[in-house]
Ligand binder design. Structure first.
Ligand SMILES: [Zn+2]
Length: 263
């Protein structure tokens, strides 16, 4: 008997749900689609999926979340999301009550703070389902709480949530130089209009927000900030234009709905 190692293929009914959440799957070449599907089934089958008290987590919710998170893995031979063990889904905004960095640098805050998702090194990924669903209803906003929180997990892979994922040598130096330059530009008020202001919080949030924009609006980011697009393309090893369809809008007009909290 031949033992198949590694993640299983997607079942037919799963493909439909996955492509509703990520229509770009249909445009991936065979190699990329194989990696993508493996990352989806890995998340579905290996992770613990939990719902907050009183909330019912459906298969469609699991498939939607895995379908979005796995976009991060398309360019990697092996899924980089293997450190994620638990995904916790809340029905709506999550109230964070732990002590954290305050809005003003150097301060801390312990008041309740509503967030659409959060995660920590070696910890679960917490997601608010209403935000996940809202992001899918409005793809042209290029917001994606799933990509955002799982990007933080990539940032944690080298031990530090410092805005730089595991990269060596020149690639690492180039990443840090370009991202710091763009972060400084945002803070001066002349950064990319594609990156919402939350990206200026710190290098870690910059990476997470830039990842959302790169993977959902890559062509616009390339036109607007080619150097930033280049370092993201180097790390993720993909060109999102390869799967762009409805994910890329006809214009880069941003919505004004930019006030929801992320973390
Ligand atoms: Zn964040």
């Amino acid at each position: 008997m031949i033992r198949h190692r590694g993640p299983r293929a997607l079942a037919v009914d799963e493909v439909a749900a996955v492509e509703r959440a990520f229509p770009g799957r249909a445009r991936l070449d065979v190699d990329h689609r194989t990696r993508y599907d493996a990352a989806v089934t890995d998340l579905l089958d290996r992770c613990g999926w939990e719902a907050s008290a009183g909330f019912e987590l459906t298969d469609d919710m699991r498939l939607t979340i895995a379908a979005r998170a796995a976009i991060l893995a398309i360019g990697f031979d092996e899924t980089p999301l293997g450190a994620v063990r638990t995904i916790v889904v809340h029905p709506s905004t999550i109230m964070l009550s732990s002590v954290r960095r305050g809005a003003i640098p150097g301060t801390v805050s312990d008041g309740p703070m509503p967030v659409a998702g959060h995660t920590a090194a070696r910890g679960p990924v917490f997601l608010a389902w209403n935000q996940v669903a809202g992001d899918r209803r409005h793809p042209r906003r290029h917001r994606d709480v799933v990509l955002h929180e799982f990007a933080h997990q990539l940032d944690f892979l080298d031990g530090a949530g410092d805005g730089t994922p595991p990269l060596e040598g020149d690639r690492r130096r180039r990443w840090i130089t370009i991202c710091q330059m763009e972060l400084d530009a945002l803070r001066r008020g002349n950064g990319s209009a594609l990156l919402r202001s939350y990206a200026a919080t710190n290098p870690s949030e910059f990476f997470a927000v830039a990842t959302e924009v790169f993977l959902t609006n890559g062509a616009a980011l390339r036109d607007d900030r080619p150097l930033l697009h280049a370092v993201l393309a180097d790390y993720y090893n993909v060109d999102p234009a390869d799967w762009a369809g409805e994910e890329i809008p006809p214009s880069s007009t941003l919505t004004s709905a930019d006030r929801d909290p992320s973390s």
